[in-house]
Design a protein around this ligand. Structure first.
Ligand code: FAD
Length: 416
């Protein structure tokens, strides 16, 4: 089949890779001049299944409300006057019970575990090197935060995902560079979770896909998707030239820009764009910088090593961001970096970045076929886009190919 993939972020490129492996003739349509120019570029790079947790969890609405008027809130949901965002917020609140959190965590974990297996296979098969580091330590500043995630730990055991609960001293032993003066109560260690450089990974997968004859049409913007009796017609714009191209099927994986296509292809769902931030600084003292990936649960911030650089990423802002909020987010990230690894880098000289991804109320991605049209969707992986991308990409490629997916799709497929 001739299949078009719209968007060359990590999700689109991974989808193209698996489609090519299934024997399809694939064209990737990308508005920019290379892969990973949007949300997949400067993110924290965390990978794995164990740390995946829905934002909707018991205690989260109260935590967000308590920060509502504070400038350093790690999560801000600002619906403003937008009715769609208020509807999303209502659905999100519904997902905040223990029962819903466990259901949603299980779905994310199922997808993350498949993604982890596929990542290991692909890494070995193609000898990929994308600055991988194993081991993730999630730190808790108080009992309330630890208690919030405790119900989900049994689920890790059930899924055979190893973890260890550590006290403060054990955390310091495992990660000796952690600041001795920042108070916290302990942590969870996930040895199989890891991190890497997503842009580096995606560029390598792109090169492999090109060897398998995947065509990348850069500087090409898809403006319309029309279903026809024989497939789909895409309206594409390259410079000022508009052309129409026929395909047997299309996969919509345009990240936050997927939303404008939803209505015309027939997707009805509650989704919000969420802006997230990162600061990346050169490491000045290797011995004072992290060996493991770190999550500060209280701040909802990740600290990772990208070769000789350290990246601090977090702060979720659903709604419209103003310049002042961007500045506050980066100030907050620099503070969290300094809290945990004060001598690793001069965070003030680091580069600031932000990206936008889509989030459904339950935090699971939007994947599958739209009705019985030759239109497939693979987007809204939210803040776990890389961890879930390979799993969702292989599932969508298998659905297009009429193959049974590797995992149960219970609760995961698109309800159009
Ligand atoms: C600060 C931050 C930290 C994060 N940390 C992590 C993490 O640690 N681990 C993790 O797994 N995830 C993380 N994420 C989430 C992750 O970055 C995203 O979920 C993921 O990158 C989404 O990938 P994507 O391919 O769907 O979207 P994108 O990377 O945004 O790609 C979409 C592509 O589609 C193209 N496009 C859009 N519209 C059109 C059109 N009409 N025509 C042609 N092309 C189009 C865009 O140019 C873009 O290249 C983080 C995100 C941020 C912002």
């Amino acid at each position: 089949m001739r299949v078009a993939v719209i968007g060359a972020g990590v999700v689109g490129v991974s989808t193209a890779y698996f489609l090519a492996r299934n024997g399809h003739q694939v064209s990737v349509i990308e508005q920019h001049g290379n892969v990973c120019e949007e949300a997949s570029l400067g993110h924290a790079g965390l990978l794995g299944a164990a740390h995946l947790m829905p934002l909707a969890a018991p205690g989260m609405p109260a935590q967000i409300l308590s920060h509502w008027f504070k400038s350093d809130s790690p999560v801000k949901l600002q619906p403003g006057f937008n009715v769609q965002r208020w509807r999303w917020l209502r659905s999100w609140m519904h997902e905040c019970s223990v029962e819903r959190m466990l259901v949603n965590k299980e779905k994310m974990q199922r997808l993350g575990k498949l993604g982890q297996q596929l990542l290991n296979d692909i890494t070995q098969l193609h000898s990929l090197d994308f600055q991988q580091r194993d081991g993730l330590l999630q730190l808790f500043r108080n009992d309330k935060e630890l208690n919030r995630v405790t119900p989900a730990l049994a689920m890790l055991t059930q899924a055979d995902i190893p973890f260890r609960q550590l006290d403060q001293a054990e955390c310091h032993l495992l990660e000796p560079a952690l600041n001795k003066h920042t108070p916290f109560i302990g942590g969870l260690y996930f040895p199989q979770d890891s991190q890497g450089n997503c842009a580096l990974f995606t560029k390598q997968v792109k090169a492999i896909a090109q060897q398998a004859d995947v065509d990348f049409a850069f500087f090409t913007r898809c403006e319309r998707i029309d279903s026809t009796p024989h497939g789909v017609t895409l309206q594409l714009k390259q410079d000022e030239l508009v052309k129409h191209q026929q395909f047997d099927a299309v996969v919509l994986s345009a990240g936050e820009n997927s939303i404008p296509f939803f209505k015309s292809v027939g997707i009805h769902c509650r989704v919000v764009p969420v802006r997230t931030y990162s600061n990346t600084a050169n490491i000045k003292n290797m011995e004072d910088s992290p060996r493991l990936s770190i999550i500060d649960d209280h701040a909802q911030v990740a600290i990772t090593r990208m070769d000789k650089r350290i990246r601090v990423a977090g702060t979720l802002l659903a709604g419209s961001a103003r310049h002042a909020e961007d500045e506050r987010a980066w100030t907050f990230l620099r503070k969290i970096g300094t809290d945990w690894f004060p001598d690793a880098a001069n965070y003030h000289t680091g580069s600031n970045w932000s990206g936008t991804h889509l989030m459904l109320p339950d935090n699971t991605p939007l994947i599958g076929q739209v009705g019985n049209k030759p239109v497939f969707v693979n987007c809204a992986q939210a803040e776990y886009g890389w961890s879930m991308s390979l799993g969702s990409a292989k599932i969508v490629a298998d659905l297009i190919s009429g193959k049974a997916p590797d995992i149960s799709l219970d609760g995961l497929t698109l309800v159009a």
